[in-house]
Design a protein. Structure first.
Length: 276
């Protein structure tokens, strides 16, 4: 495994990256599933570890983000990753151009998570745009827990004409159903049990849909479900799977975000799809 802490060294190496897995470190089994998917489908795999401050809407959240670089490197070594990039902010900025905020697809980035985290997706688009310029991979591997982010990056690729495809990896869950996330490390063991209410709410929504309950009534019932939970609901909604615009009866995805204490949790479940 070759580790690059200097982007100039990486660029000078003229390595042609096949699959790229962007991360912010604090790696868990969800991240490792992304890497394993990359290794199955690509000739080589590059993982970045970079905590991108510009996508945090609260500086305290950025400061609290767990940083576990030594452990991360060991985990990546154990699954034989080819290349790891650990760049500094200035190094990234010196070797790439910023994303132009004037072309931000605000119909997507200012909705759902973007509505509650103003500027978050602009920060995501900027760092991914920069990495795609520098690394030039054939494929970028993304996790479906951050489903809105996948669609945002799809738009980025289209707008900026990046020659790369997205390969998404299904959500990895704990035994309780809780979607794996670096933020889970900020929860106590008891809170992790409570946090599984997020998944229980999604499963209930899927079950209600299969019982031909209307979308409006499903949303009402799920909101009632969360009034009985310690999860402070930010939003629950059912949207069009392909666009995240208002749902009709095409392919559908249920999305939820909420807080347990100070920890923000998101999750989703596809409740109707003819795509697979």
């Amino acid at each position: 495994m070759k580790i690059f802490s200097s982007l100039s060294e990486f660029i000078d190496s003229k390595i042609k990256v096949d699959a790229f897995v962007p991360t912010m470190g604090n790696l868990h089994n969800g991240h490792l599933h992304l890497v394993k998917l990359a290794k199955k489908t690509a000739n080589n795999t590059c993982v970045s570890i970079y905590v991108n401050e510009s996508q945090f809407t609260d500086k305290k959240d950025f400061d609290l983000y767990p940083k576990t670089l030594d452990e991360d490197i060991k985990k990546l070594e154990n699954i034989s990753v080819d290349y790891v990039l650990i760049p500094e902010k200035q190094d990234i900025e010196n070797n790439s151009e910023a994303f132009n905020p004037k072309i931000e697809p605000k119909i997507l980035t200012n909705d759902l998570c973007g509505k509650y985290r103003q500027g978050h997706f602009l920060g995501v688009m900027d760092i991914v745009h920069r990495f795609l310029q520098i690394i030039k991979p054939n494929t970028v591997i993304l996790g479906e827990k951050d489903y809105q982010q996948i669609l945002v990056i799809q738009e980025l690729i289209k707008i900026c004409n990046h020659k790369v495809r997205i390969l998404s990896c299904p959500i990895v869950r704990s035994d309780s159903g809780l979607a794996l996330s670096s933020r889970n490390n900020l929860l106590s063991e008891n809170q992790k049990k409570i946090a599984s209410d997020i998944y229980k709410g999604l499963i209930l929504a899927s079950k209600l849909y299969k019982q031909n309950v209307s979308l409006k009534e499903i949303e009402e019932k799920i909101n009632i479900f969360f009034t009985k939970s310690l999860i402070e609901l930010e939003y629950f909604t059912i949207r069009d799977l392909k666009t995240l615009q208002q749902a009709n009866d095409n392919d559908l995805i249920a999305l939820v975000a909420g807080y347990l204490g100070t920890v923000r949790l998101i999750d989703n479940i596809i409740i109707k799809s003819d795509l697979k």
